[in-house]
Design a protein around this ligand. Structure first.
Ligand SMILES: [Zn+2]
Length: 306
């Protein structure tokens, strides 16, 4: 009797199981036939790009892209790292709508489109600087030629692509509490009473000899001992279009071509070139587009509590 009961129960169980399987398969087939194809088509046509919005002028934008997608800004392709993360810079003064050109490669077609973003305007400060050497404000023709050559050297280096490095985060070039910000990025400067252009970087005032460290891994592409305006000057290529420069140093500790790690010492604060006191004039660029260093350190820090 007992054996029979068990047998009946087993039959019941099997019957239930097989019924369940049939129901599940039916649903599965329904999903396959009616839902998945449209979802696949939609996802193939959708761009997965994400950006750290809101966007504003003078900003280094960080975003993420799928491997089958490509984007361009101002006809320059924005190349992402193998993890999909990319950067691009919005120039100071770019307050119009920003247009990114898109391309997506699906198995059957290449979809081309564009996407528009609003760019917020910044309120730039005005800085008055007096006491600069007259020959460094009213610059002679000979010295203007020298500045031009020095700028060409730096700007040409800033067009080079390097994919050996990728800055996932940025550390300030002078460790915290050892500096005072004496000049904001973008501030319109009045030099000895003459209105100059917007400040191309951030000034960190610190005593002569204060160590300067690299904010990210990279390669030294310029180590110049005497530039007319920026004195002892360093330019680092951090990869994927990101460059940092260091002006007015009292000492340079690295040579051109040297690979550098984030946090490694590259030189010391000074007052060489056009300067009224010891400070580091620091710039960050995406190729030749200057961005606000403080925005970058605040938005993409290596140590959250920095
Ligand atoms: Zn400066």
């Amino acid at each position: 009797m007992i054996k029979k009961k068990i047998s009946i129960n087993n039959n019941k169980i099997n019957f239930k199981k097989s019924k369940f399987v049939i129901t599940k398969n039916t649903h599965f087939i329904f999903i396959l036939l009616f839902l998945i194809p449209p979802i696949i088509t939609m996802s193939l046509r959708c761009f997965s790009m994400t950006l750290n919005e809101p966007l504003y002028e003078g900003m280094l934008v960080k975003g993420k892209l799928n491997t089958d997608e490509k984007i361009w800004f101002n006809k320059r392709q924005i190349v992402p790292h193998s993890n999909g993360v990319f950067y691009f810079g919005i120039p100071q003064g770019h307050t119009d709508t920003l247009i990114l050109q898109y391309e997506k490669h699906t198995p059957t077609e290449i979809i081309k489109t564009q996407k528009k973003f609003e760019v917020k305007q910044q309120r730039w400060k005005e800085t008055k600087i007096n006491g600069l050497q007259k020959n460094k404000v009213n610059i002679s023709t000979k010295n203007q030629e020298r500045i031009k050559k020095e700028n060409i050297l730096l700007n040409e280096k800033r067009t080079e692509y390097n994919k050996d490095f990728f800055p996932i985060c940025f550390t300030r070039p002078i460790p915290s509490k050892k500096y005072r910000i004496s000049g904001d990025f973008g501030a319109r400067r009045i030099l000895n009473g003459i209105t100059g252009s917007g400040h191309s970087g951030t000034d960190y005032a610190a005593p002569t000899g204060t160590p300067i460290i690299s904010p990210a891994d990279g390669i030294i592409v310029v180590a110049h001992n005497d530039m007319f305006l920026s004195g002892k000057t360093i330019l680092i290529n951090h990869g994927y279009g990101i460059f940092s420069s260091y002006s007015h140093l009292s000492k340079i500790s690295v040579q051109s071509g040297k690979h550098i790690k984030r946090g490694e010492k590259i030189g010391e604060v000074g007052s060489t070139g056009r300067s009224t006191g010891p400070h580091l004039h620091f710039t960050l660029t995406w190729f030749n587009i200057r961005v606000d260093p403080e925005q970058v350190f605040n938005n993409y820090p290596c140590i959250v509590s920095e």
